[in-house]
Design a protein around this ligand. Structure first.
Ligand code: NAI
Length: 353
């Protein structure tokens, strides 16, 4: 029952459409438009039930509200989910038609929600949707978009790691530190080069062994077995793969001083923010440090930023984290809680003013 899933969600509106041609359930959740239109990607995934897809859309839309607010962007939070029976192959008419119909649904919200790429969706799908609706970010550069956001995300994470190093080790100079990067795809594969350029000893973990070896070779790094990612000694652990890896079970085994990486939803549950703090590990809240992606999309595609403005905004992620770390210390709370309070204060200020 969708109503049961939505009970307790504090967002503004959600819509559902059964796409009869494909059997997919299309969901759009707009959590907040207080600071601007809801913005967040369209996730394409096979879920056990349609209700699981709706739950994901609702949860992720709320996370986007916090991310946009912490990033200081004129956007609110939203998310779309295509809960499909199977993932249609890129380039096929079936996939194209599915995304056109999904675009029609987004268009019907008349600008309350802007979509972008997310899990299993990319610039080519955004190009398709833009044929039907202007409320799309992240088209391919050939079609007037700014393409993949991994580049901006990686730069933002790099600034975030420097801010964390300043707080934990007393200097933004990363020379000689060891950083373990878990997942070297679009974001992690770029991040390692920024780290290497700053004199970091890079350790690489990826479930794709060939990719791990290639990337490690590019930056004079070493590979670490997938199973050892969370138990290998390092100064900074940078999760850039999947979420949920910081848990009651894994946190006691960590051998690092800082956790700072791009992955979304790193904490298995909210209490893990407190567990990290209690273990003396400085945690850079995920939605603050990985906001480079939305900054990239909004800055280039809707705010008309030039390169220096973009560079300054991505650097701002480091400043926001410094504020979060200081607030956590002063208020005696976890950095995760401090980030939430900062985001909520910005939303409340937007509501008031
Ligand atoms: P990607 O799919 O390009 O790369 C992920 C990499 O992690 C792949 O190389 C994959 O083989 C590897 N991997 C998957 N599971 C793993 C595991 N258990 N252990 C080690 N390696 C594993 O993804 P992308 O775009 O680089 O994103 C990485 C993370 O950052 C995701 O959690 C994503 O949600 C988040 N993120 C990405 C943004 C972006 O702009 N691309 C923006 C904000 C967050």
């Amino acid at each position: 029952m969708f109503e049961e899933v939505v009970a307790g969600w504090d967002g503004e509106q959600w819509v559902h459409r059964l796409d009869e041609a494909s059997g997919a359930h299309l969901f759009v959740a707009v959590h907040s438009t207080v600071l601007g239109p809801g913005m967040g990607g369209t996730r394409l995934k096979v879920y056990p039930t349609p209700e699981d897809g709706l739950a994901d859309a609702l949860r992720l839309s709320q996370a986007m509200t916090f991310k946009q607010a912490a990033a200081g962007l004129p956007y609110g939070g939203g998310k779309a989910v295509i809960a499909a029976p199977s993932i249609p192959t890129p380039g096929t008419p079936e996939r194209r038609d599915l995304f056109l119909r999904h675009a029609d649904l987004i268009d019907s919200l008349a600008g309350a929600y802007f979509t972008a790429a997310d899990m299993n969706t990319g610039p080519a799908d955004m190009d398709t949707m833009f044929e039907r609706t202007p409320f799309v970010l992240g088209r391919s550069p050939e079609n007037g978009g700014s393409g993949e956001s991994g580049h901006g995300t990686a730069i933002g994470v790099f600034h975030g790691i420097k801010a964390a190093a300043l707080h934990a080790f007393g200097s933004v100079d990363l020379t000689g530190l060891t950083v373990l990067v878990q997942g070297v795809g679009s974001v992690g594969g770029r991040l390692v080069h920024h780290l290497h350029g700053a004199g970091v000893k890079v350790l690489v973990v990826d479930t794709d062994p060939a990719r791990a070896n290639t990337v490690a070779g590019e930056v004079d790094g070493d590979t670490v077995p997938v199973a050892d990612a969370l138990t290998t000694a390092c100064d900074v652990f940078a999760p850039c793969a999947t979420g949920g890896m910081l848990s009651r079970e894994s946190i006691p085994a960590l051998v690092c001083r800082v956790v700072a990486g791009a992955a979304n939803n790193q904490l298995a549950e909210p209490a893990d923010g407190d567990r990290l703090a209690a273990a003396g590990i400085l945690y850079a809240p995920d939605y603050v440090i990985n906001a480079g992606g939305v900054i990239h999309l909004a800055g280039y595609e809707t705010l008309g930023w030039d390169e220096p403005t973009m560079a300054a905004a991505l650097e701002g992620i480091g400043r926001t984290l410094t504020e979060v770390f200081a607030r956590a210390e002063v208020e005696g709370i976890s950095t995760a809680e401090a980030a939430d309070r900062l985001a909520l204060a910005r939303i409340e200020a937007g509501r008031a003013g």
